[in-house]
Design a protein around this ligand. Structure first.
Ligand code: ABU
Length: 483
């Protein structure tokens, strides 16, 4: 760096820090817009994205930071209820700043001593909450990759030679997951050479839960075809409906058929910290592996994803490559603390710290209160719209903190028997979403699923929302959904 570092820090960093602290206050304030939507061509004019040979002035840099904050979506805003992440926790934000100041890579103890032990402590506590006294775990760059790790471990567990010999000569290996499971299962199965056709979709019931009888039928069919069933990926908190699959029954099938049971609890795993709601994941301790993303329901900042397993050595056995220039076994300290070789990454961010600091600050009791509040808010919102004209719930009794519903504008009400009713209803959500995005008063996602017309999905992860906020969201739909 061609500058005097202390002077730079003294003069410039506080100015950037000031802008960020203003953003923190305003970006979480109800009077601020959640988004200032600008079309891409116009946004390129507002912010000069191009890089040039000459540097820009310090003043211009500050303006660029200001505009970056101004035109980015305020995902910590109470009315950002769009997808499976939100909130802006001050302790976690401080933790993220500390992490970035350290610029670590968590692969060896010599480079990241503190962070290595923090990972160990957090993963151990998370395993204990799952119900395991032993095992292993890693932080992964997102829930999709964590699910990919699970697939790789499951395959290795079935056929250890796959690591060295590859797929050549293996039977067709098949895994099962519900039709409402996260798309990463299919994506990572393809990426890992299993083939997306070998991800068999199990039907869901009316509440979005895996139909275990259908699972049994599909396993039998795969075996009759000469394939080798090796894994079931159950979901605790499906992306859209928030459904929790019946883990105990699925475990019984896995045990009988010699299959690895993975639970994708990336979203719904947060309920484990709540004495009131952890029953939703009953049986999770019987799983072989679990994906659990603290950046979702526990509201740690992006990204904070983990893969936990009850098998103590499988991550290392399955993934290690023993590079001698990094993981020397003749170091002076206990090299079991050089945890990097368990990962498929080499350089790796320390996603643990922001979560560790937040957890320290709140305690597990604080996390439990946070989760309980989310469920209470979801129940409150559901009750507000249950009998309200214009609203129709997709799931009458949501299990998680996703509340799914149609908003039916006055012109469509009472016309449910019209032949083109569903086609017209399907077009309503994108229209309301466009109005919502352009006005920037809130962001909530919509989607179709299993042949149903587009519907909205309120996703609650920010426990600072009050019942007034729920009422605002309801009334905002009535305003935005006018004919
Ligand atoms: N795992 C991200 C899911 C995105 C969504 O909520 O639609």
């Amino acid at each position: 760096m061609l500058c005097n570092l202390p002077e730079y820090i003294a003069e410039k960093i506080p100015k950037f820090g000031y802008l960020i602290s203003i953003f923190f206050q305003q970006g979480t304030h109800r009077e601020t817009r959640v988004t200032r939507y600008v079309d891409p061509d116009r946004l390129r004019e507002v912010i000069d994205m191009n890089l040039r040979k000459e540097p820009v002035s310090q003043e211009a840099l500050l303006n660029l930071v200001r505009d970056t904050l101004k035109y980015s979506v305020k995902t910590g805003h109470p009315y950002f209820v769009n997808q499976l992440f939100s909130s802006l926790d001050p302790y976690a934000l401080a933790g993220a700043w500390v992490t970035d100041s350290l610029n670590p890579s968590v692969y060896t103890y010599e480079v990241s001593p503190v962070l290595t032990l923090m990972e160990e402590a957090v993963l151990k506590e998370m395993r204990s909450i799952v119900g395991w006294s032993d095992g292993d775990g890693i932080f992964a760059p997102g829930g999709s990759i964590a699910n990919g790790y699970a697939i790789n471990c499951a395959r290795f567990h079935k056929i250890p030679d796959v690591k060295t010999k590859g797929l050549h000569g293996l039977p067709r290996m098949v895994l099962f997951t519900s039709e409402d499971a996260h798309y990463s299962i299919k994506k990572l199965a393809a990426f890992e050479g299993l083939g997306s056709d070998n991800v068999v979709a199990v039907r869901t019931d009316a509440r979005g839960k895996m139909d275990v009888l259908h699972l049994r039928e599909l396993v039998k069919r795969a075996k009759d075809e000469g394939a080798l069933p090796f894994m079931v990926s159950a979901t605790s908190g499906t992306t859209v409906l928030g459904a929790y699959d019946p883990l105990e029954e699925i475990h019984d099938v896995c045990e009988q058929e010699g299959m690895w049971l993975h639970v994708d609890a990336a979203w719904g795993g947060g309920a484990l910290v709540s004495k009131k709601y952890r029953h939703l994941l009953k049986g999770i301790e019987k799983a072989d592996s679990v994906t659990w993303n603290p950046h979702k329901m526990l509201a740690a900042p992006q990204q904070c994803s983990t893969l936990l397993t009850k098998h103590k050595t499988i991550l290392a056995e399955c993934h290690s490559a023993s590079a001698q220039y990094l993981f020397q076994k003749d170091k002076f300290y206990d090299t079991s603390f050089d945890t990097g070789d368990k990962h498929i990454q080499c350089g790796r961010r320390a996603d643990v710290y922001k979560f560790w600091l937040m957890w320290k600050a709140k305690g597990t009791d604080g996390l439990e209160k946070h989760v309980n509040r989310l469920f209470e808010n979801a129940e409150y919102f559901t009750e507000q719209i249950r009998h309200r004209p214009g609203f129709k719930l997709v799931l009458e009794e949501p299990e998680c903190t996703n509340v799914t519903f149609w908003y039916i504008p006055p012109s469509l009400r009472g016309r449910e028997d019209d032949p083109d009713y569903h086609r017209k209803l399907h077009r309503i959500a994108p229209l309301i979403k466009e109005r919502m995005t352009r006005e920037g008063t809130m962001l909530m996602t919509y989607q179709p699923i299993n042949g149903l017309p587009n519907f909205f999905r309120l996703v609650l992860q920010n426990s600072s929302l009050t019942t007034d906020d729920m009422d605002f969201i309801v009334s905002e739909f009535e305003r935005l959904g006018r004919n």
